[in-house]
Design a binder for this molecule. Structure first.
Ligand SMILES: [Zn+2]
Length: 233
C-alpha cells in the first residue's frame, strides 16, 4: 500500500481521536460544575430573606393596627360614654378621635400593601423552590450522563489508539516524522487529497511526477505550495 494511503488512514484515526479527546476535556470541565445551581440557590435565599423581612413587618403592622384600634375604642368610649361634660375636653377628644382614625387608616393601608407584597414573595419562593428541585434533578442526571459518556469515550480512545499503533507500523519513521510535523502545523490535517490534478488543501496544480509518487511511493510527498502530504487514490 502506498504510504500516502496509510497516512491518510492515520489522519482519519487521529481526527477521530482528537474529537473524542476534545469531548473528554469538555466533559471534565463540566463535571462537578455547580456554579449555575449555586447562583439559583443564592437568588432563592435572597427571596427568602425578603419574605422574612416582609413577614416581620406584617406582624409589626398588625400589632400597630390593633393598638390603634384599642386607642380608637378608648377615645370613642370616653367621647360618647357621658363621663366627660366639659365642652373644651369634648372638643379635644373629637380632634383626637379624628387623628386616631387617620392613623388607623394609614396603618391599615400600609398593612394591606405589605400583605400583597408578602403573598407575591411567598409565591415566588415556592415557585423558586420547585424549580430548584427540578434543576437539581436535571443536573444530577446530566452528570450521570456525562460520566457514562466519558467511560464510553475512554474505551473508544483506547481502541482507536490501538488501531493507530497498528496502522503506523506500516510507515517508515521518516514519513511518520513528516506527518507529525505537518499535522502539528496544520491543526490536525496533514494529508490532502489530490483531485483532478489539484491539491485539495490549497488548490494548486500539481506536477504529474508528484502525483505519481504520491500514488505509489513509499515516502511521503508534500505539496510544493502548502506542504500538505499528498494522497492520490
Ligand atoms: Zn497544497
Amino acid at each position: 500500500m502506498a504510504v500516502s494511503r496509510i497516512l491518510y488512514d492515520l489522519q482519519n484515526l487521529d481526527l477521530l481521536l482528537d474529537e473524542a479527546k476534545g469531548r473528554v476535556s469538555e466533559i471534565e470541565c463540566s463535571l462537578g460544575d455547580r456554579d449555575e445551581l449555586k447562583r439559583r440557590e443564592e437568588a432563592l435565599e435572597e427571596l427568602r430573606d425578603r419574605m422574612r423581612d416582609l413577614d416581620r413587618k406584617q406582624r409589626s403592622l398588625d400589632l400597630s393596627s390593633k393598638s390603634t384600634k384599642d386607642r380608637l375604642d378608648a377615645v370613642e368610649t370616653k367621647l360618647y360614654g357621658g363621663t366627660v361634660a366639659s365642652p373644651r375636653e369634648l372638643q379635644d377628644l373629637g380632634r383626637e378621635l379624628e387623628n386616631v382614625k387617620r392613623n388607623l387608616k394609614e396603618v391599615d393601608e400600609e398593612a394591606l400593601e405589605n400583605l400583597v407584597s408578602l403573598e407575591e414573595t411567598e409565591q415566588q419562593v415556592s415557585k423558586g423552590e420547585e424549580e430548584l428541585v427540578r434543576e437539581e434533578a436535571a443536573w444530577s442526571e446530566d452528570q450521570y450522563g456525562m460520566e457514562v459518556e466519558r467511560r464510553e469515550l475512554r474505551t473508544r480512545i483506547g481502541g482507536l489508539e490501538q488501531q493507530r499503533r497498528q496502522v503506523a507500523k506500516g510507515v517508515k519513521a521518516h514519513s511518520l516524522g513528516v506527518y507529525e510535523r505537518v499535522r502539528r502545523a496544520k491543526e490536525g490535517r496533514a494529508v490532502s487529497m489530490v483531485e483532478q490534478g489539484l491539491c485539495r488543501a490549497c488548490g494548486v496544480t500539481l506536477p504529474t511526477h508528484s502525483i505519481q509518487r504520491a500514488r505509489s511511493g513509499d515516502e511521503a510527498v508534500q505539496c510544493g505550495s502548502c506542504s500538505s502530504i499528498l494522497y492520490a487514490s
